[in-house]
Design a protein around this ligand. Structure first.
Ligand code: ATP
Length: 248
């Protein structure tokens, strides 16, 4: 269980997150939905404990009743918090096999690796490729998603899992989420696409650094369509936005 308590983050210019409170339950899938610039990635960086974020926010982060607010990114990683970045990293000289084995050195068979590559829409020919610039961004992203499934993380944040991936269908993302859920991972998917948010158990709508609404993905998707598609208040100070206009 991951609890966010009174999380705020501001730069010298503006408040990016405003007093966020939320509890993510173990083994459930969540979507964080919101327009560009509402604070989705900032929230992810704070949960991950990135430099420049983990000491500079207000509020507490509690993982399974343990306060991890002061832990750095590597210490949080050891506790099972991980993330698939919008822009996946390159690892010069590292083969896909070695990269996938980083998550599970001892028990991972070749057949397993092929199964997880297939899950993300790649075939076994990729095993001997290197995770470097010779792979396209979309291919690296798929391989990163496969590695995360293999890792069986406690908490995983998927930042725009479909961005830059032409052929990744919603059903493929759904299969990845189901595989993570089967492993009892808590999944937080950041997206601004309603179709993607519909694949989660629960959804949160962020607006100007605040949780605007939470509920079923269908309910949140509806509000998102009504309010956010035509929003002209993006990046306005919070107090200028009337946030409670739409009823159930
Ligand atoms: N270090 C920073 N310094 C100044 N402003 C920042 C910083 N980090 C983020 N911002 C601003 O805070 C706001 C929220 O940024 P964030 O990246 O969290 O948004 P987002 O919801 O993930 O957007 P997108 O959907 O475009 O990725 C944006 O207006 C951004 O320009």
């Amino acid at each position: 269980m991951l609890e966010l308590k009174n999380i705020s983050f501001c730069t010298s210019e503006k408040n990016i997150l405003n007093d966020l409170n939320y509890t993510f339950e173990r083994g459930k899938t969540y979507s964080v939905l919101g327009n560009n610039g509402v604070g989705k990635s900032t929230l992810a960086k704070i949960i991950m404990g990135l430099n420049g974020y983990y000491k500079n926010h207000k509020g507490e982060i509690i993982l399974n009743n343990e306060d991890i607010t002061d832990l750095k990114i590597d210490e949080r990683a050891r506790k099972g918090i991980t993330m698939a970045w919008q822009e996946p990293a390159r690892f010069k000289g590292m083969s896909v096999i070695d990269y996938l084995k980083l998550g599970n050195k001892n028990q991972l068979t070749m057949n397993d690796m092929i199964k997880y590559l297939n899950l993300v829409g790649l075939n076994e020919k990729y095993l001997n490729r290197n995770v470097d610039k010779t792979l396209s961004g979309g291919e690296r992203k798929r391989i990163e998603l496969a590695s995360i499934v293999i890792l069986k993380p406690e908490i995983v944040i998927l930042d725009e899992p479909d961005s830059g991936i032409d052929m990744m269908s919603n059903s493929m993302i759904d299969s990845i989420l189901k595989e993570l859920k089967n492993n009892n991972s808590t999944v937080i998917t950041i997206t601004h696409r309603e179709e993607i948010s519909l694949l989660s158990d629960k959804a949160i709508l962020l607006c100007n650094g605040m949780i605007r609404n939470e509920g079923t993905p269908e309910y949140i998707g509806n509000i998102y369509k009504k309010l956010c598609d035509f929003c002209t208040n993006i990046n306005e100070p919070a107090e200028k936005i009337e946030v409670k206009k739409v009823a159930n």
